[in-house]
Each structure stands twice: as structure tokens, then as C-alpha cells.
Design a protein around this ligand. Structure first.
Ligand SMILES: *Cc1c(COP(=O)(O)O)cnc(C)c1O
Length: 354
């Protein structure tokens, strides 16, 4: 199968083979070497200074990392402003609610961009310790502008918490202006690993003030033990094998800049190919990520018809979420897929429409 859904991704042969390494106990030095290498490579992915930034690993899907970040990094008595323009922004609001974190949600229509000026006006008018936003809102493929918000957070002394689950490794993230306190992401999206390992890249000064609201996902304890070549629980050892191999491959292929260019080429190829078949992008390409794009279902073709016809040809596409499920379908460019795969995809869609 060729996975064109937003993770898990089609694996490269190199990453797939890495799963077949020797059985490994997570209390042996070989495991801690693996853990150290993963953490080091994650910090290096955006050329961050390890003296200022730490990568904290955990076993779970991307949501585990987001939950660890929100529950751990909003201080006790703190106040969080959640920016929502899709499913994943809504999920952060639910996490805040679950932990009894005082929060306010600024909501936008799922097809809309957040209004940064209005958000900054809220920060001027009231007191918040943190802002949370989704970098790439996978619901629609929209790339939210986090750079302007990050600068505003820096000038207000507010820690910006970023869900970069579907952008880390392929889209630009500016960590240098002092606004971003942490980003949460996962092994099995733009990094091309397998599900089971997730992580938070966190500024060490924010980590030093972390709370212990949550047990399993407690970021301070995870970091402390990992720094001491230890781990509180049994990690997904095989997912770590794959993450480390995927990060080596990521470096060999030229890092996030190269991955961005590769995805951008594939995304444009798909957009142009579908456009010749009369299928329109849901958002202007300039507002979308290169990681995933949403398209309008052609007249008279339901998602189920399109999905099943493509699956019969080994392509797994992805439905729209929530209210968008009747209107949209989504195509991701993540994973070991190339131009040839996308050409065959477009040909298959063309055959179905004929
Ligand atoms: C995939 C994704 C998540 C996490 O989903 P999991 O199923 O828990 O891995 C969170 N945020 C965004 C933006 C995502 O795309």
C-alpha cells in the first residue's frame, strides 16, 4: 500500500529494515545509546543549541506529545490562550479542559486563517502565561503563521506552545526569537519513522519550571531521567530503532530544507494534475503546507467512491474531518513516495472520473 494519509507514512526500505534489529532490553546501555542519538538528532534537526533546548521522548502518538507539552508547560495558576482553526486546535482546548487549566479559546472557521492582530490584541488586553497554536492544521492543510505570533509572545514574555506534529521536519520553524517555549511532534509524520515514539522540543528554561500535572506524560521527569541515561517506563523500543534510522536518513537526504523542497514539488505536481481533471484545491497553494493539501470532491463523486477506487490501486487517501467530510479529501506528500507514485495516482483519478 502507498499511504497518502497524514501518517503513518509509507516507509523507506532502510527504515523498514531497521525494525528487524536485535531484541533489546530498555535497561541496557545499547538502548540508552539509541535514546541519546534520537534526542541529539532531534535537537539538531533545526540546528538548535543543546545548551538551550532539549528533546524529550515519550511512547505514544503525536497527541501524547501535545498533551505532555500542554499539561507540563502551562504553570500552575497559569492561563492559556488556545488558537483554534481546526480539529487539532479543538483537541488542545479539550486537553486544557481535562487538566483544569484555565484557558480561553479564540476560534476561527476551519477554512479560515487565525487573525494574528486580533490575537495580539487579546494578549495586550489580558494576562496569559501561554499561547497554544497548531503550526500545520492538518484538518485543512493550512499552514498557520506562527512567526508573527511567536514574536508577539516573546515581547509579552509569554511561552508559545506549538503543535508541530505534522510540520516538524518539513516546514520552517523559527526558534530564535524567544517566543517558542516548546514544539510537540511525532516520529511517523514528516520524519518518516513508525508510530509509537513522540517528542517535545522544549527550551530548557521552560522545562526547569515544568509542572507535574500528568503522571505518565510528565515532561520534567521524562527529561530528567533521559538526561541520566534512564527511562521511567518501557519505551516502544522498535519505534526508537526506526526513529533513529529515519533521522539518519533525514540528515543524509539534506535535512528539513531538502524535505521541504521534495514535498513542495510533489504537492505542486498533485495540485496541477488534479486541476487538469477539474479538481480544485480547497485553499490557495500559498496558504497551504507542502505536507498535505485538501481538495474539493468532484461533483457526483463521494469520498467513499474515490477512496475505494484508489485503494483498489494501492493508494490510501484521507477523508475530510468533521463537517468537511462531505466536501473534501486530502492527499499527503509525506513518506517514501515519489513523482512516479503521484503520476500513477493522478492517472487513476482520471480513469475513475472517465
Ligand atoms: C497527526 C496530528 C496530531 C496527533 O495525532 P496522533 O493520531 O495522536 O498521532 C496532532 N496534531 C496534528 C496537527 C496532527 O496532524
Amino acid at each position: 500500500m502507498l499511504l497518502l494519509n497524514p501518517g503513518p507514512v509509507t516507509l523507506s526500505e532502510r527504515v523498514r529494515q531497521s525494525l528487524l534489529q536485535t531484541d533489546l532490553c530498555h535497561r541496557e546501555p545499547e538502548f540508552f545509546d539509541l535514546q541519546d542519538e534520537a534526542r541529539k538528532r532531534l535537537v539538531a534537526a533545526y540546528e538548535l543549541d543543546p545548551a538551550q533546548w532539549s528533546a524529550v521522548l515519550m511512547t505514544g502518538s503525536g497527541t501524547a506529545a501535545v498533551e505532555s507539552m500542554i499539561a507540563g508547560l502551562v504553570p500552575n495558576g497559569g492561563r492559556l490562550l488556545v488558537v483554534e482553526n481546526g480539529v487539532y486546535g479543538d483537541r488542545i482546548a479539550q486537553i486544557a479542559k481535562q487538566y483544569g487549566i484555565e484557558h480561553e479559546v479564540v476560534k476561527y472557521e476551519w477554512m479560515q486563517a487565525p487573525d494574528t492582530d486580533a490575537i495580539v490584541a487579546r494578549l495586550d488586553a489580558d494576562t496569559f502565561t501561554n499561547v497554544a497554536i497548531i503550526h500545520h492544521e492538518t484538518t485543512t492543510g493550512r499552514l498557520n503563521d506562527i512567526a508573527a505570533l511567536s514574536r508577539a509572545c516573546a515581547s509579552h514574555g509569554i511561552g508559545l506552545l506549538v503543535d508541530a506534529v505534522s510540520s516538524f521536519g518539513a516546514e520552517a520553524i523559527d526558534f530564535s526569537d524567544g517566543g517558542i517555549a516548546a514544539v510537540a511532534a511525532t516520529a511517523n509524520k514528516c520524519l518518516h519513522g513508525v508510530p509509537g515514539a513522540a517528542f517535545v522540543i522544549v527550551r530548557r528554561d521552560a522545562l526547569a519550571k515544568a509542572t507535574s500535572r500528568t503522571y505518565y506524560l510528565g515532561i520534567a521527569r521524562l527529561a530528567q531521567l533521559q538526561d541520566a541515561r534512564n527511562t521511567p517506563f518501557t519505551p516502544s523500543v522498535h519505534a526508537y530503532y526506526a526513529l533513529v534510522e529515519a533521522l539518519r536518513e533525514f540528515e543524509d537526504e539534506g535535512g528539513w530544507h531538502a524535505r521541504h523542497r521534495r514535498y513542495a514539488d510533489l504537492a505542486e505536481q498533485v495540485r496541477a494534475g488534479l486541476a487538469t481533471l477539474g479538481i480544485e484545491s480547497a485553499l490557495p497553494p500559498g496558504e497551504s503546507s507542502v505536507v498535505l493539501r485538501a481538495y474539493r470532491l468532484p461533483a457526483g463523486v463521494t469520498y467513499e467512491i474515490l477512496h475505494d477506487a484508489l485503494k483498489a490501486k494501492s493508494f490510501v487517501i484521507y477523508a475530510g474531518q468533521g463537517g468537511l467530510s462531505k466536501e473534501l479529501f486530502r492527499i499527503s506528500t509525506m513518506g517514501a513516495v515519489d513523482k512516479d507514485v503521484m503520476n500513477r495516482l493522478i492517472t487513476s483519478v482520471g480513469e475513475l472520473l472517465r
